[in-house]
Design a protein around this ligand. Structure first.
Ligand SMILES: Cc1ncc(COP(=O)(O)O)c(C=O)c1O
Length: 380
């Protein structure tokens, strides 16, 4: 059997990783400014993380959700404390798409409605409702086409006011759009959504799968706007590579047995990984670090030619170039051994490094980027 060929792959085989560095099977060292797609939050192979998972594995690796799993409660309490959402409840699952799928389903159970408002440039995952709410017709199969989902332009208050009504079930929006090229909903827009959601009893869902877990410099990116959505979804950085995801649920939305469920969600190893991540984020002050180093990178990039705009906050940054970012990313990877991310906006290079990078790693990236950009200018 061969693997199903769904990704264009680089001819690189990572076999070892530590901190912000990855080594391939030929011994070549790479700087990871992509964080394995925003997943690596506390750095590769963090000792506290390795210790938590291996200690747990040596005790018990798995049992089902039919029994008491106190680690889930420990994780919920810690997540409540670190995020400031102490009074919310946590549903644990395995991936970002699954978290959004469950959030949308929960919203519909809650108010009995069907219509969903999503935004242009959005990415919410590849399961049925999540992909239906994703603004990319290429990845929506005919069976996922959903007439209940409406797409509106981001940050357009007027269009939003016209569309939301008492038939609307939920509004789903990313804290910062990732795949869409690092586009941030304005605080005024988020506050307007919150206000109108309350007015019409619509469930407000914040997808923090990519922008959450300290990446923006706050625990959740929407916290810059001072709002409190009813449902918040999280994944990627939550397990630093161990598959774990969650939905934070406002106490007004009450659980009923059978409403949601999962075999693997909230298993011992996932909880051990997620608890270790939160401990490290707190102990090592990674939110503060993300903000500090993110600002440093943004400031330094200001002097570079060929850049149209620098977007984002903390260590979720988008550099929009005047031309395509593809060649720049290839040169960074193959000539300077640095991983970066792409986006649906071809000119935007995404930076999603681990939250504990320092000025040293930032400087390695900035020097390489400067060289690549000056080569581009000469060639042009
Ligand atoms: C904002 C956002 N939501 C949801 C997802 C889907 O997450 P997963 O790939 O874990 O299903 C992603 C993945 O890139 C994402 O960026």
């Amino acid at each position: 059997m061969k693997t199903f060929d769904v990704y264009p792959l680089y001819n690189i085989t990572p076999v070892k990783a530590e901190g912000s560095y990855v080594w391939d099977n030929k011994g070549e060292k790479y700087l990871d400014f992509y964080g394995g797609h925003a997943v690596i939050s506390i750095g590769h192979s963090h000792p506290a993380y390795l210790n938590a998972i291996t200690t747990q594995l040596n005790k018990i690796g798995f049992y089902s959700n039919a029994v008491q799993l106190p680690l889930q409660q420990e994780l919920a309490e810690k997540l409540g404390a670190v995020s400031g959402y102490n009074n919310y409840n946590l549903f644990l699952c395995n991936s970002g798409a699954e978290a959004n799928e469950n959030a949308l389903k929960l919203a519909s159970f809650y108010n009995g409605r069907k219509k969903i408002i999503a935004f242009k440039g959005s990415f919410h995952g590849r399961t049925s409702l999540a992909v239906g709410a994703t603004d990319d017709p290429k990845i929506i199969a005919p069976v996922n086409q959903n007439p209940n989902i409406v797409f509106l332009p981001l940050n357009n208050e007027e269009a939003f006011e016209k569309e939301i009504d008492s038939k609307t079930c939920a509004v789903i929006i990313e804290g910062i759009q990732g795949v869409g090229g690092i586009q941030t909903p304005s605080p005024a827009f988020l506050n307007k959504i919150q206000m109108l959601c309350k007015l019409y009893n619509v469930v407000f869902i914040l997808d923090e799968v990519q922008s959450g877990y300290g990446r923006s410099g706050k625990f959740f990116a929407h916290q810059y706007a001072g709002i409190q959505p009813q449902l918040i979804t999280t994944a990627k950085g939550m397990g630093n590579g161990f598959p774990v995801a969650g939905v934070l649920i406002h106490p007004d939305i009450q659980a009923k047995h059978g409403m949601l469920g999962t075999t693997f969600g909230g298993n011992y190893l996932a909880c051990a990984a997620a608890i270790a991540v939160l401990d490290v984020i707190e102990k090592e002050k990674l939110m503060e670090n993300a903000l500090l180093i993110g600002e440093y990178i943004k400031q330094q990039l200001k002097g570079y030619s060929g850049i149209k705009e620098i977007r984002g906050t903390g260590l979720m940054l988008g550099i929009e170039l005047e031309t395509s970012g593809e060649q720049v990313r290839k040169q960074l990877l193959f000539e300077h051994k640095i991983f970066t991310g792409s986006s649906s906006n071809k000119n935007t290079v995404r930076l999603l490094p681990a939250l504990n990078i320092g000025v040293t790693e930032a400087t390695v990236f900035l020097n390489a980027f400067s060289q690549v950009m000056s080569n581009q200018t000469i060639q042009a």
